[in-house]
Ligand binder design. Structure first.
Ligand code: GAP
Length: 455
């Protein structure tokens, strides 16, 4: 496994990531995607949409707004659970609201009015115990204020306070009826959405693994209660297949089932797909059976019925929901870490090569004229290729150096234009991984490459 810092330096110097607002000294844990990063991110997003929306007989997509009626977040519990002074038992990992924990053992103390320092002091002095395991070993109190709050309108009064969504999922739940009505579909149906989510994370870090602003690709798959576990297994498999298509090493992937203690109280089953990063296993994709929890909560808070009437059986029920939720930024990061390699070459030289699958690689092909005199022909070829795929043009340095540069950013094919190209309209096509070269007619180039990069 390669050193974390070395890889991060490579990704930043190549133009996958830039530090956010760098010329102002940056802003902590904020990253911009550079020319290479934005291409790979878009490719993965497009692949996800193709597999989970376009090719799916059951699914459709929406593009929900980031700002939602604040009642949404009351219904989901985010307003209360994202705003508490929370404390964890280090021994059994149970999490409590610090003021509730004190009040449950010292009912006469008005813990709700205390500052976090006062609460912590009291927990230590009064030997407050964990109700679950009886130990006195707690973390510090952390104010979980994970939703970003902002205001709609010109005045900053509480009437117009809104939140930046902490997940995209709720856009699908609140539009459940709209989607059924406008698509005239029956259950099961999956509603998919890609977009930004925001969380005021306590411990952001490891490049884009945990940031405060990130992209989620989520699906809420609604089904008849009783069919839910069958679909849970189905989507678990599809999510892993998708990661396989990104070309990720199988031995660095695993399913991790949540044990009953870890499960959210409304969830029947949850599995994470994890990847082995240089710092250890990290969650990439969470697949959860959320039962009818979300629809029920929205029914309670909105007063609208979100029941489903089965047109075939006339049965009325609240559907269950399977939710595969993945962070796009984590998929990109995993793909980059997995692709990096340092290799010795037969001639004693060495190279850095990003073994990115052609479907996700930022540039599919580089056009390299062997001489400046070949510029006109090379630019012609580049212009044709650019109509079909992202192609880069490079005419600086020796051809060996240019190959190394393209290997290091993961360009799967290099097309070299030489003086024969002028005579017979042929070019050399070099394969990044094998470094083998073939000669092709320029007229065949687009079709040859399209087959290789198609997903
Ligand atoms: N709707 C369910 C939900 O949001 P989650 O496990 O909190 O579940 C789903 O998030 C996925 O979003 C995670 O598996 C991860 O890939 C990504 N994610 C969550 N928090 C993130 C963060 N702070 N930075 C980057 N990605 C994040």
């Amino acid at each position: 496994m390669y050193d974390y810092d070395k890889l991060v330096t490579h990704f930043i110097t190549s133009g996958y990531y830039f530090q956010g607002s760098e010329i102002y000294g940056g802003i902590s844990n904020t990253w911009d995607y550079g020319p290479l990063g934005s291409e790979i991110k878009k490719n993965i997003k497009d692949m996800w949409w193709k597999r989970f929306v376009q090719e799916s007989p059951t699914n459709v997509g929406i593009d929900a707004a980031i700002l939602m009626n604040p009642k949404v977040w009351e219904a989901t519990g985010h307003v209360s659970t994202f705003n508490d002074p929370l404390i964890d038992c280090k021994s059994c990992k149970m999490r409590y609201k610090a003021d509730d924990l004190i009040s449950s053992q010292f009912p006469n103390v008005e813990a709700g009015k205390m500052s976090n320092d006062e609460l912590m002091d009291l927990i230590h002095k009064s030997h407050v115990k964990c109700p679950n395991c009886g130990k006195e070993d707690f973390t510090d109190i952390r104010q979980f204020n994970m939703m970003f709050k902002t205001h709609i309108g010109v005045t900053e009064d509480s009437q117009s306070a809104v939140y930046l969504r902490p997940e995209t999922a709720q856009g699908m739940f609140v539009n459940f009826k709209n989607v059924l009505r406008t698509t005239r579909r029956k259950l099961p149906i999956g509603i998919c959405n890609v977009g930004k989510a925001f969380r005021n994370e306590i411990t952001p870090g490891q490049l884009t693994f945990r940031t405060r602003e990130f992209d989620q690709m989520e699906m809420e798959f609604f089904t008849k209660p009783g069919d839910d576990l069958k679909w849970f297994d189905y989507w678990k498999g599809k999510c892993l297949d998708f990661i396989g298509e990104l070309g990720i090493s199988k031995d660095k992937l695993r399913y991790r089932d949540h044990d009953p203690k870890e499960l959210a109280f409304y969830s029947k089953a949850t599995t994470d797909i994890e990847y082995l990063f240089p710092w250890g296993w990290g969650e990439i994709w969470g697949i959860a059976d959320r039962t009818d929890y979300d629809l029920k909560r929205h029914m309670d808070y909105s007063g609208e019925s979100l029941e489903y009437l089965d047109p075939d059986t006339n049965e009325k029920y609240i559907p269950y929901c399977i939710e595969p939720s993945v962070g796009l930024d984590r998929l990109v990061l995993m793909t980059l870490f997995d692709a990096y390699s340092e290799e010795e070459l037969p001639d004693g030289d060495s190279r850095i090569v990003m073994h990115l699958s052609p479907a996700v690689a930022p540039y599919k092909v580089a056009v390299l004229p062997l001489s400046k005199k070949l510029e006109e022909k090379a630019k012609e070829v580049h212009a044709v290729l650019s109509k079909y795929m992202s192609a880069v043009y490079d005419d600086t340095g020796s051809i060996g150096k240019r190959y190394r540069r393209e290997d290091a950013i993961g360009t799967p094919y290099c097309v070299t234009i030489d003086f024969d190209s002028i005579e017979d309209n042929t070019v050399t096509v070099r394969d990044r991984d094998s470094m083998n070269q073939i000669r092709l007619n320029i007229n065949e180039l687009v079709e040859y490459l399209k087959v290789k990069i198609f997903f």
